[in-house]
Design a protein around this ligand. Structure first.
Ligand code: SF4
Length: 296
């Protein structure tokens, strides 16, 4: 089936056996990503590029949805943000979720952008959920590591607005990067803030290094970048194409996130960590939130 699809793809995170995601499809209205996160994994495959609309995207989507099973989970997006600044004018993502909703697909949005709130009218009337990524609440750190993305404050505000209108929301505290956003108090505060904004689910993971993102850290974060580089080169272990930190270190980094999620009664999971003991949710990626409205 996958050979005939042109814009929808069966989600397959590079065949990693550590991925615990349910069967789902991914959809990217844009190629590249204007958010330009220093730690981005996708750049190792496509390079660092701003978001560009895909040619004939809507026409190809309309064809692809006739191929995949009705009711499938479709995630926008797994390796580019579906709400880059140009989406405000392009409306490609809006049109895509309109089509998916009309045809009865479950829609999982993963974004760093408040622009998603614009489409609350569609999201609230479909089997949809939104995962907002927040790696730090410090505006200066966010500007450094996610220079093209909306501020953390705008993202927290977006959570509130979506929740107020009845859209299930989860948060990705992802990735946790040593020396950058690994302060346990800060991680605890992120979860507290998003829990009070109404988030229901937390996904977290550690930064897994690729050569190109390590290079960006070295170039853009000075001394801190060098420390990150040295840590991963000295202690990192290659697992399925990524440099992972040792498991005990990763557990320690993610513990404040998981403990705080538990304290506030949120479901929680990790992403490609192999830390099953840190997972307490029907799905790791927040897919279960897409049917939350029906479960009420
Ligand atoms: S938002 Fe996601 S896809 Fe876009 S640059 Fe950041 S990490 Fe990469």
């Amino acid at each position: 089936m996958s050979q005939n699809l042109t814009v929808i793809r069966l989600f397959d995170p590079w065949k990693s056996p550590l991925c615990t995601c349910p069967r789902k499809y991914s959809l990217h209205p844009y190629t590249g990503c204007s958010h330009q996160c220093v730690y981005c994994y996708a750049t190792s495959y496509i390079g660092l590029k701003n978001s560009i609309p895909k040619d004939g995207f809507i026409r190809r989507l309309q064809r692809d949805i006739s191929i995949i099973p009705r009711g499938s989970i479709v995630e926008l997006s797994t390796s580019s943000d579906p709400f880059p600044p140009i989406e405000e004018k392009q409306l490609l993502t809006r049109r895509a979720i309109e089509i998916l909703a009309r045809h009865g697909f479950r829609i999982l949005i993963t974004t760093k952008s408040h622009i998603v709130v614009r489409d609350v009218d569609i999201l609230v009337n479909s089997q949809s959920a939104v995962m907002i990524t927040i790696t730090t609440l410090r505006e200066d750190v966010a500007r450094l590591i996610e220079p093209g993305a909306p501020s953390p404050k705008m993202r927290v505000e977006a959570i509130r607005k979506l929740v107020d209108q009845g859209v299930p929301v989860g948060v990705r505290v992802d990735p946790v990067i040593p020396y950058v956003n690994d302060d346990p108090n800060e991680l605890t505060e992120i979860v507290e803030v998003v829990a009070s904004a109404g988030a229901k689910h937390i996904v977290t993971s550690t930064y897994k290094a690729k050569w190109d993102s390590l290079k960006r850290f070295r170039e853009l974060l000075g001394e801190t970048g060098l420390k990150i580089n040295n840590l991963y080169r000295e202690k990192g272990v290659w697992i399925h194409g990524y440099l992972y930190l040792p498991v005990d270190y990763r557990k320690q980094l993610l513990k404040p996130v998981v403990d705080t999620a538990r304290k506030y009664g949120l479901t929680h999971a990790t992403c490609r960590e192999g830390l099953i003991e840190y997972n307490r949710a029907q799905s790791c990626d927040g897919s279960h939130l897409t049917i939350l409205k029906q479960l009420k």
